[in-house]
Design a protein around this ligand. Sequence first.
Ligand SMILES: *[C@@H]1O[C@H](CO)[C@@H](O)[C@H](O)[C@H]1NC(C)=O
Ligand SMILES: *[C@@H]1O[C@H](CO)[C@@H](O)[C@H](O)[C@H]1NC(C)=O
Ligand SMILES: *[C@@H]1O[C@H](CO)[C@@H](O)[C@H](O)[C@H]1NC(C)=O
Ligand SMILES: *[C@@H]1O[C@H](CO)[C@@H](O)[C@H](O)[C@H]1NC(C)=O
Ligand SMILES: *[C@@H]1O[C@H](CO)[C@@H](O)[C@H](O)[C@H]1NC(C)=O
Ligand SMILES: *[C@@H]1O[C@H](CO)[C@@H](O)[C@H](O)[C@H]1NC(C)=O
Ligand SMILES: [Cu+2]
Length: 205
Amino acid sequence: MRLQSIALVGSLLGVASAHFHLQYPPPRGPFVADQEVGFCDGYVNSTTNRTEFPLDGGIISITSSHPHFTFGVIISTLENPTSFRNFTQAVDYFVTESAGGFCFPVNLSAKNLPGVQEGANVTVQMVFDGGDEKLYQCADLTLKQAATVSSDVPCVNGTTTSGSPSAAVETGAPSPTATTGDASSLSALNVAGMLGIVGSVWAVL
Ligand SMILES: *[C@@H]1O[C@H](CO)[C@@H](O)[C@H](O)[C@H]1NC(C)=O
Ligand SMILES: *[C@@H]1O[C@H](CO)[C@@H](O)[C@H](O)[C@H]1NC(C)=O
Ligand SMILES: *[C@@H]1O[C@H](CO)[C@@H](O)[C@H](O)[C@H]1NC(C)=O
Ligand SMILES: *[C@@H]1O[C@H](CO)[C@@H](O)[C@H](O)[C@H]1NC(C)=O
Ligand SMILES: *[C@@H]1O[C@H](CO)[C@@H](O)[C@H](O)[C@H]1NC(C)=O
Ligand SMILES: *[C@@H]1O[C@H](CO)[C@@H](O)[C@H](O)[C@H]1NC(C)=O
Ligand SMILES: [Cu+2]
């Protein structure tokens, strides 16, 4: 049991350097851990292969190796934003607990920002702070009211799959009402136990 715990802690500490990964909308390029402290994970130029993204019924999906983090989304309507000053807040910062997946609905038109409209090319930048440093990843989008998110996109919180975060999004995931007492809630308990172990080891370190 003790050996198992140490092996488990080792593997979790290993992924801690992985920070967070943007899963959806797809980032500008392959994740680069060392560059994530910088503007757009080091991808300073807009891409031309923009993702068509729902104007008001989108989702943002990440994986996080930090179980407790602050997250927000900033947006720019420039074709090629080059500075944080070219961005404004699209999703206010919030604090959450979720190791593994984190996925939430987003309405980019909710703040009525100028230029955030049908057909617009925008860049969204994820701002993540899991306790080490502020981290950034960007996605280049074309906003379309009629765009839909593919059911292939992973959309989970923690390691537990649940229903789609909004009625407008089809994730193809099973209904959250069907999970009581089954394997998925068991795995959630296991994760809670694992995090407890990690917490106590960090406290010793
Ligand atoms: C755009 O192209 C780059 C380079 O091929 C690729 O790494 C990236 O994943 C693509 N992005 C999207 C949203 O398809
Ligand atoms: C970004 O674009 C500029 C202007 O086209 C180019 O000089 C520069 O090399 C590009 N940077 C990267 C990292 O691709
Ligand atoms: C949006 O970006 C695409 C791909 O870079 C480009 O072809 C298109 O002209 C842009 N649209 C506008 C309105 O600038
Ligand atoms: C984008 O940011 C750069 C650097 O701060 C600034 O020089 C430029 O004027 C900004 N562009 C717009 C359109 O605000
Ligand atoms: C998104 O926000 C806009 C502006 O407040 C609102 O009109 C629209 O109903 C919202 N859409 C959704 C899906 O919540
Ligand atoms: C994840 O949690 C957020 C709130 O913390 C919630 O808005 C979202 O719907 C949840 N996602 C899933 C897939 O259940
Ligand atoms: Cu980190």
